[in-house]
Structures are given as C-alpha cells and as structure tokens.
Design a protein around this ligand. Structure first.
Ligand SMILES: *Cc1c(COP(=O)(O)O)cnc(C)c1O
Length: 341
C-alpha cells in the first residue's frame, strides 16, 4: 500500500482527494446496491430537489489510527441515528442502519492509506451526504435520493496547541427558527449562519454564540458547535429544540459524570456567563474549543471566562480523555468505538 505524500501536521481542514467514495441510490421505493466510485463528480438533474428546495443533509465523524495500529471509528451508530432523524426533519428517505454502517466501513477500508498515523493529531474525516436527486419544479419531496460517503484526511484542529478563542453575541442574526430545523444536520442551517459567522470573523471572534431565536434570552448554538460551561463545578449545557444534539457533547457529559461532575442540561442565560469558570464549544472537528471571553456586542459587555487566557482544568481533562479513547490509549468502557477489522 503506497503511503500518500502528505504533511499530516500541516494538513488543513479542507478537501484532500482520496481514492474512492461509496454510493447508494433510493429509487422505485427501495435502496439499491452499494457502488464504489473513483469519481468526485455527481451527474444529476438540474431540477433536483436538493438544488432548489434544500433537500440535503449530512453527517461528520472521524476514524483514527490507534496506538495499537488498529483503526477506530468514533460513535458510528449514533451518527447513523442522527442522520435518520435529520431525514425525517426535511421529509427525506432515511438510510437504514445496516446500509449506513456497511458504507462507512467500506469507505474507510478502501481509503486506508489516507488514515493518518498515530500521534500525528490528524484523522480521517468521514462525510456522509444525502441529497434529493429527482426533478421537481413544484415544491415537494423527491422520490429519488443519493447517499454518498466520502472521506478526506484532516490535520490537527489546534495547529499551535490546545488554546482559547473569543466568541461574541450578536442579536441581529438567528441561525434557525424557533420550531425550525435547528436540531437537524441540514445544509440550510449552515447557509443561514454564514453571514453572522463572517461578520464575527471580521471582528476577530472565532464564532457567534447564538441566542434562542424566540426570546433572545437563552444561550443556543455556538457557531457550528454546541456550547457548555463549567459553573460551580458542574458541566452545564443548553437544552433547546433549536440545537443540534452534538454527539461530542453527549460523550463529554458522560465523561464529566465519570469524573464525578454533576451534569445539567437546562436553559442557560447570558447571566450564567458571569459565574462560568470555564466554557467551550464542542463538536467532532475540535472536540473542545475552549472559550477565553464572550463579548456581548449589543450591550458592550465582556464576560471573561478564562482569566489567564488558557484552557481550564476541566476542559483540558475532558479533551485529553476523549482523545485518549478515540486513539485507543484508554479503555473504551462505553463502547463508543467501532474497530475496523
Ligand atoms: C455537527 C454539528 C455539531 C457537532 O456535532 P458532533 O456530533 O459533536 O460533531 C454541533 N452543532 C451543529 C450545528 C452541527 O452541525
């Protein structure tokens, strides 16, 4: 197996071509055979519902080369389950669990030479994508769907080490509607967040901490990640119908409990930030991106979370623990890893 010529340390979070992707089409009321493709193109009808009416959803998970040389995929079944929930949210055809699992394993095995070495901090990012492909000019759900799994190696998220960034609150933007699609992983939510994210970046912040779209009172999603804070020694994370249930957040809640911390899923207000000793954004890409300060731009108020600008002890511990499980350095007591045979 030829090693690709990649500088793993400096690989960005971008698209690096791999050898194969796997595909499956839903047509005539059933899923067809799984196909292996070497093309990174899709030939589709210009009136496809995904292009006009946003019938599109995706997932994101990672495979790691472990200390023992084995390949581990983190929480595969949970990603499959969330994909089916997203499909229900925008009237798309859910991909059955067995097809999802088989295709993820195939995509990883076929592209094994792109799985970064243990210790590099890099990983193989797995991106399942489902789109409506049958043509329709009237607004309705497609009758045909294409499900693709592509993979691409991605470098370490923290190029200069695990560190804090600042985030901001801006009330003039909402990511999603109160009873909208916030809890589904669909492209439309991302399109709706781009202007706000771009504005925040221009002002020097890494992300927008969105407030709930109805009352503008409760903390919601942090850019494309979930938010949590350590308050009075407890792990506290917002509970809301407009937040995507992050699998990383769920894993961190479990690890916090394992460490003896109390975990609260509840409404959080801006006021809670005054008592937070640590905070972070969490998701597959970074695991935890610790927060230095939260700046409320509308009220000209700054909530300093980290006094010395460094990640706090709980964030650091949880971050290390989750990485150790994914790399096979620590026992996987919750059965989160799928080992690729
Ligand atoms: C994918 C995603 C997350 C993180 O979910 P993980 O399962 O932890 O990767 C959080 N928020 C949004 C909006 C997302 O799309």
């Amino acid at each position: 197996m030829q090693e690709p010529d990649i500088d793993w340390q400096h690989l960005p979070f971008g698209y690096y071509p791999t050898d194969y992707n796997v595909r499956c089409t839903f047509r005539d009321g059933k899923w067809g055979e799984i196909e292996v493709s070497t093309s990174d193109r899709i030939d589709m009808h210009m009136a496809a519902t995904s292009l006009h009416y946003g019938q599109q959803l995706f997932e994101g998970l990672k495979a790691f080369r472990g200390k023992d040389g084995k390949i581990r995929i983190f929480r595969l079944e949970d990603n499959g389950e969330r994909l089916r929930s997203s499909a229900g949210g925008i009237l798309m055809e859910p991909v059955p669990a067995d097809i999802f699992r088989k295709m993820v394993l195939m995509a990883v095995k076929l592209n094994e030479r792109f799985i970064p070495p243990y210790g590099s901090g890099a990983s193989l990012y797995i991106r399942p994508l489902e789109i409506g492909i049958s043509p329709s000019i009237g607004v309705r759900a497609a009758s045909e769907y294409l499900f693709i799994i592509m993979v691409t190696p991605v470098g370490p998220y923290f190029k200069t080490g695990f560190g804090c960034t600042d985030i901001c609150i801006m009330r003039k933007y909402d990511r999603v509607a109160p009873r909208g699609t916030g809890r589904f992983k669909v492209g439309g939510n991302y399109a709706a967040s781009l202007v706000a994210g771009h504005h925040a970046h221009e002002l020097g912040y890494s992300a927008v901490l969105f407030l709930d779209p109805k009352e503008k009172k409760y903390l919601d999603e942090c850019g494309p990640a979930n938010f949590f804070a350590i308050i009075d020694g407890k792990y506290v994370t917002p509970k809301s119908d407009s937040i995507l249930p992050s699998i990383t957040n769920r894993a961190l809640m479990q690890l916090a409990k394992d460490l003896g911390l109390e975990v609260e899923e509840r409404h959080m207000t801006v006021d809670d930030l005054t008592r937070a000793t640590e905070a972070g954004a969490c998701g597959t890409a970074a695991v935890i991106s610790p927060v230095g300060k939260v700046v409320d731009l509308d009220n000209d108020t700054t909530y300093v979370i980290s006094k010395d600008g460094q990640p706090g002890p709980v964030c650091t511990m949880l971050y290390k623990k989750l990485n150790a499980i994914r790399n096979g350095e620590e026992e996987d007591i919750h059965g989160w890893n799928t080992i690729v045979e």
